[in-house]
Design a binder for this molecule. Structure first.
Ligand SMILES: *Cc1c(COP(=O)(O)O)cnc(C)c1O
Length: 396
């Protein structure tokens, strides 16, 4: 492209301005690049460009220096070779499903899977001719029973959303490799945050995160990722990623890049607060059971011990049967520091009520469960908040 002509209108002069800042600016945070259009130096460069190659840039949707930087760091976090970014954790699950499944194929989900993942299977995947099968992840035999030559993808989630059971991941992987060697295994490792366990070391082919949670840590970004080690698998998912038109914004990447250096410290702090808070609940008469994989007696605690070096600051409290919905709601409404809301891993502690019967039909007794996620407040203050709210309910 030739330089701008010398005599041009003011708007043109402002757009085609000759000043270019010096190329190097050494500082801790990488610069944020944004752009839909990417300029090519000439037609030869435009024609030669292959969108798949990360040696250059084609179009904003296919990657910018900022998205490539975050992809590389997420791949490092997971111990993989390549990562792809999508606009949410749920979109990361969708990306893997759409890339690997077609009419006549089967996908296997744990019965405690992240709810929207099951809904996706029940609706969009079913309409595309994909059949989904459920299994109890705490019984590898139950997984084996639903595997066949039609199985193309098996999802693992560790631990289960809300009910927090920690499965024997290597045993589940072994069952798939033995009975459905053609199937890819994807793990939703959001809970692990790239810290508590290594999905590839546990034998999985793709590691999926809601970067929305710990990697962002601010409660202000929605983003997801799919990390792989095998190039053929990566290329397959990358091609679908391109065709689906999913891009992420440079400013959102900036926030995650800013948060990654403190990820391990935040994870450790929220783990410690979560365990302190969960142990306090264990002593409370209103509590029947605390579900937290790092606590003795929680479902799958031994598997957690074998696979994990830490735990997310996330746990569920099964309340006494005397706590009907009205009492549960009164307790939650009396909390001040702990906010009511979905998602987790941000600085503010959160609580959400769930009807246990609706979560896993047939499993456990019924009743109400409250899932808590520890933020970055002092654990004693979270405990005091709960103590005061329980007192208010008792007096009502
Ligand atoms: C939050 C979450 C997701 C979805 O992430 P979003 O960014 O909210 O779409 C998926 N899986 C698990 C286990 C999660 O906790």
């Amino acid at each position: 492209m030739s330089d701008a002509p010398e005599r041009v209108g003011r708007s043109t002069a402002l757009i085609a301005h000759p000043y270019v800042p010096p190329a190097t600016f050494g500082s801790m945070q990488p610069p944020v690049h944004k752009g839909s259009t990417v300029y090519f130096a000439d037609t030869a460069a435009l024609r030669a460009r292959d969108w798949r190659s990360k040696a250059g840039y084609t179009y904003g949707l296919h990657g910018t220096p900022t998205t490539f930087t975050l992809e590389a760091r997420v791949a490092t976090l997971d111990g993989g070779t390549d990562a792809l970014l999508v606009p949410s954790g749920l979109a990361a699950i969708t990306l893997v499903d759409v890339a690997l499944l077609g009419a006549g194929d089967e996908v296997v989900l744990p019965d405690n899977v992240y709810g929207p993942s099951r809904e996706l299977a029940r609706h969009e995947l079913a309409r595309a001719g994909v059949v989904h099968r459920s299994h109890d992840p705490m019984r590898p035999g139950s997984l084996e029973a639903v595997l066949s030559e039609r199985t193309k993808l098996v999802w693992i989630e560790a631990p289960g959303s809300v009910t927090m059971e920690f499965p024997d991941v290597p045993a589940l992987v072994a069952a798939v490799r033995a009975k459905a060697p053609q199937a890819a295994i994807a793990i939703d490792a959001t809970w692990a945050g790239g810290v508590a366990y290594d999905g590839f070391a546990l034998g999985c082919d793709a590691v999926v995160h809601a970067l929305t949670k710990y990697p962002s840590g601010g409660g202000d970004v929605l983003m997801g990722s799919v990390t792989t080690r095998d190039d053929a698998l990566h290329q397959r998912i990358k091609a679908t990623h391109m065709r689906m038109g999913w891009g992420v914004a440079g400013n959102d990447c900036e926030l995650v890049l800013r948060s990654l250096p403190s990820l391990a410290l935040r994870y450790a702090a929220q783990d410690a607060a979560g365990r302190t808070w969960a142990r306090w609940w264990q002593q409370r008469p209103e509590c029947v059971r605390v579900l937290h994989p790092a606590l003795e007696g929680s479902p799958g605690h031994d598997h957690w011990k074998a696979s994990c070096s830490a735990a997310a600051g996330l746990f569920s409290v099964v309340l006494d049967p005397s706590f009907g919905q009205a009492k549960v709601d009164a307790f939650l409404d009396a909390l001040r520091l702990v906010k009511l809301g979905y998602s987790w891993a941000g600085p503010v502690s959160l609580a959400v009520p769930y009807d246990l019967r609706a979560m896993r039909p047939g499993a456990d007794a019924g009743g109400w469960l409250v899932r808590f996620s520890a933020g970055l407040e002092d654990a004693e203050d979270l405990i005091a908040d709960c103590e005061r709210a329980l007192g208010a309910v008792a007096r009502a």
